[in-house]
Design a protein around this ligand. Structure first.
Ligand SMILES: [Zn+2]
Length: 353
């Protein structure tokens, strides 16, 4: 059997899951969650953006704030904002998990800082892990922590997850809804984007609302990147991108990583695992038709979302690749979407500093 196509993926949450689950062992083949080293190798998962994601503080009060709308019969409110000290403590703990994985892996997993590092890891069959912050809550208002985290290896940041913070506002989980859900970047958010441009840190537009998206587009000299989002024209969740947003990403030379989360694949917005791989293929097809195949990649959200049972876990990636091939994508396009497009965008972003 031929080796599976090497996939560089725009978003996974395995680090935050490993921090919270003592049962999971990254180096043993398991059945919990979506990613461990043996399963990653089977699936051709060769690297990607490894998310540092801080969940709500269990000590904090439950969400207050106004009811923003309804989803599945219940009220949707923003989660409560995170405290800086809590976000920094949790982020350091997750970074500790990731660096310990690197040390224990004997070269099988590497924290990478350049595209040359990624290509080297690919050549050696090692997993290339890019440090990504999903939400900038661990960054202080003077942006000193950004310098520190950059020195540690931070190369990608989404200013917001789906909640408000000092930098801007993410989209709440309303359905169906447009991504135009509130105010754009704050002055501090704009300063963060400028600082990231100076340091050569990718600024991710996934999770941000539409006003914030356009603020980032105005401030950015580098390709626009949605690490894990889909097309709003197919599935009208605010987490997906409108055609105008897709056109702006294309015009900037950027990329959209296709998200396998059920809610962003299904026209009814429901978390039903009985969702065919065809829904994923349709996203790839729509994005490739709208933007060109140069602007499409993977952003599967493994260990961060519920995904179709037909994919199951990271070992299902070759089934998605086969379905894309059956749908008419040729080998050259598949390799571009699997990793070359990501390499192009990351090298343009990181070298901009
Ligand atoms: Zn996410």
């Amino acid at each position: 059997m031929a080796a599976p196509l090497q996939i560089f993926d725009g978003h996974n949450d395995v680090v935050s899951k490993l921090l919270r689950s003592r049962e999971r062992d990254f180096f043993q083949r398991g059945t919990d969650g979506h990613i461990d080293l043996p399963r990653a190798r089977d699936g051709g998962f060769a690297g990607g953006l490894f998310s540092i994601y801080v969940a709500a503080d269990p000590q904090a009060a439950p969400p207050a704030g106004p009811v923003l709308g309804q989803h599945d019969g219940s009220d949707v409110r923003f989660p409560r904002p995170l405290e800086l000290s809590f976000a920094q403590r949790e982020s350091l703990a997750e970074l500790g998990v990731l660096f310990r994985l690197q040390r224990d892996s004997a070269g099988a997993l590497r924290v990478v800082r350049t595209v040359e590092d990624i290509e080297g890891a690919f050549a050696d069959g090692a997993i290339a892990a890019v440090i990504h912050f999903e939400g900038a809550e661990a960054i202080d208002p003077r942006l000193e922590a950004l310098e520190v985290f950059h020195a540690m290896g931070l190369r990608s940041i989404g200013p917001v997850w789906s909640r408000p913070n000092d930098f801007g506002e993410g989209v709440p989980y309303l359905f169906p809804h447009s991504p135009d859900t509130g105010r754009g970047l704050t002055d501090l958010g704009k300063a963060l984007v400028r600082a990231c441009q100076e340091l050569g840190i990718l600024v991710d537009v996934s999770h941000i609302n539409e006003q914030g998206f356009w603020d980032i587009a105005r401030l950015s000299q580098t390709p626009l990147v949605a690490t894990h989002s889909n097309a709003h024209a197919l599935v009208p969740t605010p987490r997906n991108l409108t055609d105008r947003q897709l056109d702006a990403i294309r015009d900037s030379g950027g990329i959209v990583g296709v998200n396998f989360a059920l809610q962003f694949l299904r026209v009814d917005g429901r978390d039903d695992p009985d969702t065919p791989i065809a829904r994923i293929v349709e996203q790839f097809q729509y994005l490739a038709e709208r933007m060109g195949v140069d602007h499409v990649g993977f952003g599967a959200d493994l260990d961060g979302a519920q995904i179709p049972s037909a994919v199951g876990d990271v070992t299902g990636l070759p089934r998605v690749v086969n379905a894309l091939r059956d749908a008419g994508f040729d080998q050259e396009s598949l390799v571009q979407m699997a990793h070359l497009n990501w390499f192009r965008v990351l090298s343009q972003t990181w070298k901009a500093a």
